[in-house]
Each structure stands twice: as structure tokens, then as C-alpha cells.
Design a protein around this ligand. Structure first.
Ligand SMILES: [Zn+2]
Length: 193
């Protein structure tokens, strides 16, 4: 998918119908909606965020938003690194990382990293559900088992409970991929998730 097509995807269609809010266990309020993706599309368009389609990721990582420069890997600050956009799984990864990029753009401090990840995963699973992705195409791990029912609740227009978020955030914190995740918030313009 071209850069133009990715910008288009963040501005139109499925991304624009993702809308939810929750109160995190630490009391922080989190909202993801069409403005989340509009903001990232504009930042990519203006060059505030660099967009790179690549297959070069660390083990267990399928996409990443790098708020901070990583000199050892020649990655500039504010870089959205996503897999070649060939299908729904890749588009889901793009939406996940766009949530992180939006948090960085808005400097929305006070949300713990695990809860920011929870918002990114809920976004992904809403997209998969809405686009009818077969459940078996996604690994059935603890994160999936916690995120999927929340996405289903959002689609049924039910509120997300803080207890549901706590369960998902705990599953994320226990996953080895997130071993180096801070217990507090990601540094705005300083984290690599
Ligand atoms: Zn993430």
C-alpha cells in the first residue's frame, strides 16, 4: 500500500468508525475515535511522523511506533514502522501503532504504558471483528482472550469497565514482548512502542 493509501486508510472507512472510551485503573481517561487516526494521517502527510513500511522487526514485534531516535538501528524520532500493508492483520497493526503515535502527538500523559497498550489492542480487535477476520487467524494468547470480549462489548455499544481494562493490561504486562515496558506512562517523544 502506498503512503497515500495509508493516509487514506487512516482518514476514511473502518478507522473512522472505531470509537470507545474507558477509565484506566489509575483513574486516567482514555479515548480513541476518528480524530485519533485523522491526527496521525495529518502528521504523516506533513512529515511530523515518518512512515516506513518494513519487515525488519525484533522477535515478537510486528510493528512499532518509535517516539525516540534509535541510533543503533538508524531510526529517526517519531517514526511509524509498519509491515507492508497487504491485508487486515497488517492494517490492524497500523491502527495499533497509530494509537501510540496519537498519544505521542497529543502528549497525553498520565496513562500508564500497559493501559495505552490496552487501548491499542482494543482498537486492533474492534477492527478485526468489524472486518470479519476469522478469529483463528490471530494468536489465541492471554492478550487476545482479554481484548476480544472488550472489542465485542464496544461493537454492542456497551461500556468498557475498568475491571476489563485491568485484566487486559495485566495480560500485556505479563507478555515477554513487553518486559521492558515502563510501569508508569511511556515517555512522550521518548518511548519505543
Ligand atoms: Zn503497542
Amino acid at each position: 500500500m502506498s503512503r497515500e493509501a495509508i493516509i487514506n486508510f487512516l482518514r476514511h472507512g473502518a478507522s473512522q468508525r472505531i470509537s470507545f472510551t474507558f477509565v484506566a485503573p489509575n483513574g486516567a481517561s482514555v479515548t480513541v475515535n476518528h480524530t485519533t487516526f485523522q491526527r496521525v494521517a495529518t502528521a504523516v502527510e506533513t512529515g511530523q511522523i515518518s512512515l516506513i513500511e518494513t519487515t525488519s522487526f525484533s522477535a515478537g514485534v510486528g510493528a512499532e511506533y518509535c517516539a525516540q531516535e534509535i541510533r543503533t538501528r538508524s531510526i529517526k524520532a517519531n517514526t511509524l514502522r509498519v509491515p507492508p500493508q497487504i491485508g487486515r492483520l497488517e492494517a490492524g497493526s497500523l491502527l495499533h501503532e497509530s494509537v501510540h503515535a496519537s498519544f505521542d502527538l497529543t502528549r497525553s500523559g498520565g496513562v500508564n504504558a500497559a493501559d495505552e497498550e490496552a487501548a491499542a489492542y482494543i482498537t486492533e480487535y474492534i477492527y478485526y471483528r468489524r472486518t470479519g477476520l476469522a478469529p483463528q487467524r490471530v494468536i489465541n494468547d492471554a492478550i487476545t482472550r482479554a481484548a476480544r470480549p472488550i472489542a465485542s462489548a464496544v461493537i454492542r455499544r456497551q461500556p468498557i469497565t475498568t475491571a476489563q481494562v485491568a485484566t487486559l493490561s495485566a495480560a500485556i504486562s505479563r507478555d515477554p514482548v513487553y518486559a521492558s515496558m515502563p510501569t508508569g506512562p511511556y515517555l512522550q517523544d521518548g518511548g519505543n512502542f
